[in-house]
Design a protein around this ligand. Structure first.
Ligand code: GRF
Length: 216
């Protein structure tokens, strides 16, 4: 059945639990996932897509001599799905500046920290090591700065004395699965824009920490 919902391509490298949340919410969210692309052929998320009858493409980075050639192949795979939005959901490759320019304002990422704090990897342990009281998750527009694009929305959690990196990972993922579909749905409703290096929701400039979203 053809519909006019926004076409979304999801890029993954692994488990795909965020992909699953996006799939589960898509009928309510005014978007449809038209394809899933992985840089790893054994990513479990590919099976999740297939179970939902979503077409998949594997573009294995190790088959390409350099980042430019990989990004070119990735672009071709993406364009075949004619998306209005590209959603990075645990996609573990750094994208070139050329790639990001090409899809400017149309790439989202989810990152397990309260950006701009703790960009990069291993965020849960770094937050614990620093003795933080608060942790969280951010959805942001992707720009050329790694984990540095303007934040759209965040959800925070209080760190408990019994938390370790594993419990934080689970607690953060629970929030991710609510936050990401909500933000993709905003985009699908035309409520989100990237202009220069600023994010706008309903034509209002978002603060550095994005919109605080009221989900429990
Ligand atoms: C998520 O925790 C996300 O924040 C990070 O990668 C993880 C992907 O998990 N970018 P999944 O593959 O969606 O389960």
């Amino acid at each position: 059945m053809q519909n006019n919902n926004l076409s979304v391509v999801v890029l993954i490298s692994g488990n795909g639990s965020n992909l699953q949340a996006l799939l589960d919410f898509s009928s309510a969210g005014n978007y449809r996932i038209s394809g899933v692309i992985s840089n790893k052929s054994d990513a479990y998320g590919l099976q999740r897509a297939e179970q939902s009858n979503i077409p998949t493409t594997v573009v294995e980075h190790r088959r390409y001599a350099n980042r430019d050639l990989f990004d070119k192949a990735l672009s071709e795979a993406i364009d075949a799905y004619e998306p209005g939005l590209i959603v990075l959901a645990g996609f573990m490759r750094i994208l070139s500046a050329k790639f990001i320019k090409r899809y400017n304002g149309k790439i989202l990422n989810i990152h397990p920290s309260l950006l701009p704090n703790y960009p990069g990897t291993n965020t849960h342990q770094r937050v614990l090591d620093a003795g933080e009281k608060l942790h969280g998750v951010s959805v942001h527009f992707v720009t050329e700065e790694l984990d540095g694009g303007p934040v759209i929305a965040q959800k925070s959690i209080a760190i408990e004395s019994i938390d370790d990196a594993d419990t934080l990972a689970l607690r953060i993922q629970d929030k991710e699965h609510l936050l990401y579909p909500a933000v993709v749905s905003w985009f699908a409703h035309g409520r989100l824009q990237l202009e220069a290096n600023d994010a706008f929701l309903d034509e209002q400039l978002l603060p550095e920490t994005g919109q605080r979203i009221l989900i429990s």
